[in-house]
Design a protein around this ligand. Structure first.
Ligand SMILES: [Zn+2]
Length: 124
């Protein structure tokens, strides 16, 4: 008995061929990857900003109070950017891209499915 291809069979076949099995819409995949990269960029920019910020504040207002206030603001911004990047979800597996259990690692690959952070630019 010949079996007719259903819509479900067709999507399963497409998923097997496509390198992005859990993402039906390539536009949404690109968008999610861009979001992960943008949040990583903000986080690393905040980390790199620490030295020039402290140096600048020390030059302009060389008091303990101003240093403490600017350090507090920097920590708050660091916390927010780290939280945002930690909560970015991988578009392929749906888990947190930089978080596996309690460990937060800023690697260039998803901690669950090894999807590279530039997978939408140069798929392999
Ligand atoms: Zn993943």
């Amino acid at each position: 008995m010949a079996r007719h291809a259903t819509a479900e069979d067709q999507t399963a076949a497409e998923a097997a061929v496509c390198s992005l099995p859990h993402q039906a819409d390539p536009g949404a995949f690109k968008q999610a990857m861009k979001l992960i990269r943008r949040r990583r960029k903000y986080f690393f920019a905040t980390v790199l900003l620490y030295m020039p910020l402290m140096w600048g504040v020390n030059k302009l207002f060389p008091t303990f109070r101003s240093m403490a206030i600017s350090f507090g603001i920097w920590v708050a911004i660091l916390f927010i950017t780290a939280l945002l990047s930690a909560l970015a979800r991988c578009p392929r597996c749906g888990h947190y891209f930089h978080m596996n259990g309690m460990s937060l690692l800023y690697l260039r690959r998803c901690l669950h499915c090894q999807l590279h952070v530039t997978a939408d630019r140069n798929p392999d």
